[in-house]
Design a protein around this ligand. Structure first.
Ligand SMILES: [Zn+2]
Length: 396
């Protein structure tokens, strides 16, 4: 996945604020980035997905950075992304504080600032109680630091373009986000009447889930005998980026209205969930059926949240059969399946099962799972899911 963020596009402003405060209001607009300039060091957040809420100089070459959530209450997922430069080459010490949560994402540096291919490396850090500390060697060139790899809305658009150049598919707009960004979907349909639905980025900082969605989708859309056969039986709908405002704003979890989209699949008060629900409703009205859904996230470990096989839905063993195949095909990967049923929470997985009476899975990758392993798991997961769905369809 290419990250097309270009440092040359950074807008270096002439603001000289020491300690700058984020907004706190009901609907976030896009003009929320803060910029912290000190005598020798600049922290900049004038780029998509950037986030750094407050900065203070606390000593010689020592800076306290504070992260704040977009609103409360919120799950603990403090996101940060900023670029830092110095008037001269020197080492600075960062103390990362979190208000309303605790540090989750280990610091990373983009090491190929000049090249288009993005390459991120871990920065050694220590924890002192709730504070995460690390050192940075900085110079006059901006250095990009973030909690995980940065994947922006533009990166998704570039991916759609690359996919379109590779094969026959459509990119459609299902609706608009709170701040009027398109909710885009990839559609691959032939004559089938049943649909596999793939969803991603309800929670913007959950990058390892996004890193899994790309190869998972590419495997479904690949020009392989299995995938071609699968697509004669199933249409594919992928909504990779349900929360483009949250992505742009560098939010911890919520959309621009301060709502967790993965708690809105019952009330449908947000335009992002409404857009998907309306599209699926229309498909069903036209005589199609929703056959399965996978929703990509990240958490502390690799885990699949599933519906219990005792739940009254079609093909009760389908998910178990899929995950058993995945486990067998990947001896180095231990599949953990956690069935659950929460009818009133407004979670996507539950919505799919209760509305369409079929299985859905929350596919969670660990925050620190090896990136190459994420790809291998996703590729094998897509192949084994296609295999399981075809076997289920073709069973007498
Ligand atoms: Zn999540």
């Amino acid at each position: 996945m290419k990250n097309t963020f270009l440092l040359s596009t950074l807008l270096i402003t002439t603001l000289s604020i020491v300690g700058c405060q984020h907004y706190a209001k009901s609907t976030q607009t896009d003009a929320v980035s803060s910029t912290c300039h000190f005598n020798d060091v600049n922290f900049d957040t004038q780029f998509p997905a950037a986030r750094l809420d407050k900065c203070e100089q606390t000593g010689k070459n020592r800076y306290k950075l504070t992260l704040q959530p977009e609103n409360m209450p919120i799950n603990d997922s403090p996101w940060y992304a900023f670029s830092v430069s110095g008037k001269f080459s020197h080492t600075i010490h960062i103390d990362m504080h979190v208000e309303g949560g605790s540090n989750r994402y280990h610091p990373k540096i983009r090491v190929d600032q000049e090249s288009k291919q993005s390459n991120w490396q871990k920065i050694p850090f220590k924890r002192h109680g709730e504070v995460m500390t690390f050192d940075l060697d900085i110079n006059q060139q901006p250095t990009l630091i973030a909690g995980q790899e940065i994947i922006t809305n533009d990166d998704y658009d570039n991916w759609y373009t690359a996919l379109k150049n590779n094969g026959q598919l459509d990119i459609i707009t299902l609706g608009q986000s709170v701040n009027k960004r398109p909710i885009k979907a990839i559609i691959q349909r032939h004559n089938a009447k049943q649909w596999l639905v793939v969803l991603g980025r309800q929670h913007p900082p959950e990058i390892t889930g996004a890193l899994a969605l790309f190869p998972f989708t590419e495997t479904l859309l690949a020009d392989t005998p299995q995938a071609r056969h699968f697509r004669t039986q199933y249409n594919v709908l992928v909504i990779p980026n349900l929360n483009p405002d949250g992505v742009q704003l560098g939010n911890w979890r919520h959309n621009a209205n301060g709502v967790d989209l993965n708690r809105d699949w019952k009330a449908f008060k947000q335009p992002e969930t409404q857009a998907v629900h309306q599209y699926l409703t229309q498909l069903v009205k036209e005589g199609h059926s929703i056959a399965y859904a996978v929703d990509f996230h990240s958490t502390r470990k690799d885990i699949f949240y599933t519906m219990p096989h005792t739940y009254p839905i079609k093909n009760p063993m389908l998910t178990t059969l899929w995950l058993e195949q995945l486990d067998q095909q990947m001896p180095s990967f231990q599949v953990i399946q956690k069935p659950g049923n929460n009818p009133n929470k407004g979670v996507f997985k539950q919505y799919i099962s209760d509305t369409y009476r079929v299985h859905a899975v929350t596919y969670e990758m660990g925050d620190n799972t090896n990136r190459e392993k994420i790809k291998t798991i996703a590729h094998t997961a897509a192949n084994t899911l296609m295999n399981t769905l075809l076997q289920t369809t073709e069973a007498p």
